[in-house]
Design a protein around this ligand. Structure first.
Ligand code: KIV
Ligand code: ZN
Length: 511
């Protein structure tokens, strides 16, 4: 008999806490639909009290997702819990996840509360949450550095108040598998009625052990794992969903539980999250990295050709590699385009948006012979970005580089509807383009990151550029895609400027 292991995905909440990874409502909806298709049990859709925009995004996700449970995070305060309760109200299955820190260092320096006050706030928060839903989760933030006797006490009290899932986070990524497994064993043995609740693990990756620690918890009784796609998340990230799911599936001899995940959706979900957040996946990343199933050395290739299992413990097709269909071509019409969008779970807001996306598709098909699903995702993202905010918009540009000469670029762009032109020289065509843009906008931003990745293979592939800009304490990622990477770079830079221009202030749950 195998138990069910609940997969709680927090890409849209803890993942979004990565620098610059904040997403628009439309982007969150696209990821939520894909997570539902992937088969995650719980989607943590955000932190409702962060801002009215965050509450609205959770509410919109709650309206459309039918299978997965939709959850909002809430600090242990009445305002937060009620904001979460309202946001998840339309959900078919809704959860409130409330938390408070329990370690001496957090209680003393961050909360400035006594242990007794912390227990009573936790109990009260769970009771408020139960006014909205029976599905209430409680987390003891920084459980890794909390006193075990205090954890037993607070968990006992919140169970009595009505919590159904108890989450034990390694907030700072400090534990090691042996100790994390032991912590679960002790908690489950000591907390009264521990068999009436689901025990959950939430691990950060500061020492590179988030997945290993999560799996140690599972081996010691945890039946929910909190994780993110591609391990996205605060600092070094969270436990990565794909690693947890595939470890449990591949090592059936060790784990007595299994998940509901449709593993063939793992790679498409990874690519979608990477393209929306602007966080590329490292090539040697387990499961979803481009090299995860590539065999470079001759000996390995020979072995794999003779008998696949000599060097492969999983099949690439089982996690969704190779599933990227040759979607459409130059001759595909509007209806074929619309149908493929539907199959990909992409819902465009209006006929106008569909027409604009179709025009972009035709333009791309003129420059690229084969259009893949990833190309369509990228052009829809590009179109959404333009529709939402185009205060700074690229009208046209040209760049020239020649050996022995300084590269030059000319940019014509619109600023709030008015056209401007600038010419600049730079170290390379991208540098010259950014300098030309800056001559016009004078943004005084700091460029923190510039990266280019190919969306599909081949020299005619679209390049996807991420530009991370910082100004006045705010950090944003801008993305742009084009078969010409200098144009993609200009689009990404303007996208980041637009985000800085329109972004609103949001509260961080853990600060
Ligand atoms: O890492 C953490 O402790 C969290 C909590 C809010 C669950 O993300
Ligand atoms: Zn976390």
């Amino acid at each position: 008999m195998t138990d069910k292991l609940i997969i709680f995905d927090t890409t849209l909440r803890d993942g979004e806490q990565s620098p610059g990874a904040s997403m628009t409502k439309e982007e969150k909806l696209r990821i939520a639909r894909q997570l539902d298709k992937l088969g995650v049990d719980v989607i943590e859709a955000g932190f409702a009290a962060a801002s009215p925009g965050d509450a609205d995004a959770i509410n919109s996700i709650a309206k459309v997702i039918e299978r997965s449970t939709v959850c909002s995070l809430a600090r242990a305060s009445e305002k937060d819990v009620r904001a979460a309760g309202e946001a998840i109200k339309p959900a078919k299955h809704g959860r409130i996840h409330t938390f408070i820190a329990t370690s001496p260092i957090h209680m003393q320096h961050k909360l400035r509360m006594s242990p007794d006050e912390v227990v009573s706030r936790a109990v009260q928060a769970v009771k408020w949450a139960r006014e909205y839903t029976d599905d209430v989760e409680f987390s003891a933030e920084d459980a890794v550095r909390s006193d075990i006797d205090f954890l037993v006490r607070i968990f006992d009290e919140v169970i009595k108040a009505g919590a159904k899932t108890l989450n034990v986070p390694d907030t700072v990524g400090y534990s090691i598998p042996l100790l994390w497994g032991e912590r679960f064993k002790q908690l489950i043995a000591r907390v009264p009625n521990s068999d009436k609740v689901i025990w959950s693990t939430h691990c950060h990756n500061d020492l590179g052990m988030a997945s290993a620690n999560s799996l140690a918890a599972v081996m010691n009784g945890a039946r929910q794992v909190e994780c993110t796609i591609n391990g996205l998340g605060e600092r070094a990230g969270n436990a990565s969903l794909e690693e947890i799911v595939m470890a449990v599936k591949t090592r059936r001899d060790v784990f007595t539980c299994d998940t509901n995940i449709d593993t063939t959706q793992i790679v498409p979900t990874s690519k979608l999250v990477s393209s929306i957040t602007g966080y590329p996946v490292q090539p040697n990343k387990a499961i979803v990295g481009a090299n995860a199933f590539a065999h470079e050395s001759g000996i390995h290739q020979d072995g794999v050709l003779k008998h696949r299992e000599t060097y492969e413990i999983m099949r690439a097709e089982d996690v969704g590699w190779g599933a990227n269909k040759l979607s459409l071509g130059k001759l595909s019409g509007r209806n074929a385009f619309r149908t493929r969008l539907q199959e990909l779970g992409i819902v465009l807001g209006s006929e106008d948006a569909l027409n604009a996306a179709f025009a972009r598709f035709k333009d791309l098909a003129d420059r690229k012979s084969e259009i893949f699903d990833e190309d369509i995702q990228a052009l829809v993202s590009d179109e959404e970005v333009t529709q939402l905010s185009d205060y700074f918009r690229l009208v046209s540009m040209g760049a020239h580089s020649e050996t022995g000469k300084l590269p030059v670029a000319r940019v014509i762009m619109s600023v709030g509807g008015k056209e401007h032109q600038a010419d600049a020289q730079g170290g390379g065509p991208v540098d010259a383009t950014f300098k030309a843009i800056e001559q016009i906008v004078k943004s005084e931003t700091e460029l923190l990151l510039y990266s280019v990745n190919n969306i599909t293979s081949g020299t005619d592939a679209q390049g996807e550029v991420t530009v991370r800009l910082a100004k006045g304490g705010r950090v944003v990622n801008g993305q742009g895609a084009d078969t010409d990477i200098v144009v993609a770079s200009a689009k990404a830079y303007l996208n980041a400027l637009n985000k800085l221009d329109t972004g609103m202030d949001r509260a961080h749950p853990q600060v």
